[in-house]
Design a protein around this ligand. Structure first.
Ligand code: ACO
Length: 323
C-alpha cells in the first residue's frame, strides 16, 4: 500500500513583527485583552515585496532542501490559500515557475483555515492512486491584506506566513505502523457561510473585500467540529488518543486549542502551540507549527502526529500521520 510520507518541511515569515502593543496605538484594544482572549502576543505582517507566493516559495525551498531534492523531482504542487497573489492564475503555478519546475500539476486549494488539511488529504489521494509521486503541499497566506484594520474584533487575530511539506509516495505495509498519512477526514457545511467570510469578491463586488467574523459563533462550533473529525480519524485507523505523540492544531485561538485538547483528553505537553508568536495565519498555521516542532526536535521520525483545523465555510478536517 502506498503511503504519502513527509520527507521535508519548511517555513517562512515576513520580516516585520507586530506585537500587540503596536495595535494598541491604532485600535481600541489592549495587550491584556488580546492575550487573555486569544493567547496571541505578536504576529508577522507582510511588507512591500512580500506576498503569498514569495513566502510560499521560501517555505518550499527549505522543504526541498531538507528533503534533499531538486525542484524538478516534484510533480504536484498544492497551495492552500485564501489570499492568492492574483485572482488567477493559481499561486501554485507562480511558485512552480519561481522554483523552475516545468512538469506535473500545480493548483490552489481554497478551504480557508482548513486549507492545509484539505491540501494534505488531496495530495495523499494523488500519491496513493499513482497520479503523482512527490508533492509540495504549501499553506501560504497574507491575511493582513484582507483585514479591516479599523475593526478591532478581527484585526488583532490574524498574521501572515507560509509553511510547506514535501510528501513522497512510499510503499508501506498497510498498517498504522507505516510512516505517512494514515487517514484524512474532511467536512464542510456551507450553511455557516455568514459567520466567517470576506465581504467582497470577483463576481459580486468586484473588490477584494474584508474579512468579517462573528467570533462568538465561530468559537461555539469550533471545539465540537474539531473533536468530531479527530474521533473519526481514530475510528478509521483503530488508534486511540493514547497513541498520539503530537497534536498540531490550526492556530486560531489558544482557548479553542486548549478546549479541544481537554475534551479529547490530550495532555497539553503533547500540543504544539505557536499562536502566541504567529497569530492565526489561516492555511499556513499548521505547517508553521509543524516546522517549529520538527526543527526543534520535538517531533521525531516514527511519531504519530495529529493535525486538525476548522475555519471559514465552515470547513473542518483532520489528518493522522506517522512522521
Ligand atoms: N480589544 C478589546 N475589546 C474587544 C476586542 C479587542 N480587540 N474585540 C472585541 N472586543 C470587545 C467586544 O466589543 C465586546 O465588548 P462588549 O462586551 O462591550 O460588547 C467584548 O470585547 C467581548 O467580545 P466577544 O466577541 O464576546 O469576545 P470573546 O470572548 O468571544 O472573544 C474572540 C472574541 C477572541 C474573537 C473569540 O470569540 C474567538 O476566538 N472566536 C473564535 C474565532 C476565531 O478564532 N476565528 C479565527 C478564524 S476561524 C478559525 O481559524 C477557526
Amino acid at each position: 500500500m502506498i503511503r504519502a510520507v513527509v520527507r521535508g518541511f519548511g517555513a517562512a515569515l515576513p520580516k516585520r513583527v507586530v506585537p500587540n502593543a503596536e495595535l494598541e496605538k491604532t485600535v481600541d484594544t489592549t495587550d491584556e485583552w488580546i492575550v487573555q482572549r486569544t493567547g496571541i502576543r505578536q504576529r508577522y505582517i507582510a511588507g512591500e515585496g512580500e506576498t503569498t507566493a514569495s513566502l510560499g516559495e521560501a517555505a518550499a525551498r527549505e522543504a526541498l532542501e531538507r528533503a534533499g531534492l531538486e525542484p524538478q523531482a516534484i510533480d504536484l504542487i498544492i497551495v492552500a490559500t485564501a489570499s492568492p497573489d492574483n485572482t488567477f492564475p493559481a499561486t501554485a503555478v507562480d511558485i512552480q515557475a519561481r522554483l523552475g519546475i516545468t512538469g506535473g500539476a500545480a493548483f490552489d486549494m481554497q478551504a480557508v483555515c482548513s486549507g492545509f488539511v484539505f491540501a494534505m488529504a488531496t495530495a495523499d489521494a494523488y500519491l496513493r492512486t499513482g497520479l503523482a509521486r512527490r508533492a509540495l503541499v504549501i499553506g501560504a497566506e497574507t491575511f493582513s491584506r484582507l483585514l479591516d484594520w479599523n475593526d478591532r474584533t478581527t484585526c488583532v487575530l490574524f498574521g501572515d506566513g507560509a509553511g510547506a511539506v514535501v510528501l513522497e509516495a512510499v510503499e508501506g505495509e498497510g498498517t498504522v505502523a507505516d510512516r505517512g498519512i494514515l487517514t484524512a477526514q474532511l467536512r464542510s457545511d456551507g450553511s455557516h457561510k455568514a459567520k466567517l467570510y470576506v465581504d467582497g469578491g470577483v463576481s459580486t463586488t468586484g473588490t477584494i473585500g474584508h474579512l468579517r467574523m462573528e467570533g462568538r459563533e465561530v468559537f461555539k462550533h469550533a471545539v465540537g467540529m474539531i473533536t468530531d473529525v479527530i474521533e473519526a480519524a481514530f475510528a478509521a485507523t483503530g488508534t486511540t488518543v493514547e497513541d498520539v505523540d503530537w497534536l498540531v492544531p490550526h492556530q486560531a485561538n489558544r482557548r479553542i486549542i486548549d478546549g479541544s485538547a481537554k475534551k479529547l483528553g490530550i495532555p497539553l505537553e503533547k500540543v504544539v502551540v505557536t499562536v502566541d508568536r504567529h497569530g492565526n495565519t489561516s492555511a499556513a498555521s499548521i505547517p508553521l507549527a509543524l516546522h517549529a516542532a520538527a526543527s526543534d526536535g520535538r517531533i521525531k521520525q516514527g511519531d504519530l502526529v495529529l493535525l486538525e483545523a476548522m475555519g471559514g465555510g465552515f470547513t473542518w478536517g483532520s489528518v493522522l500521520l506517522r512522521w
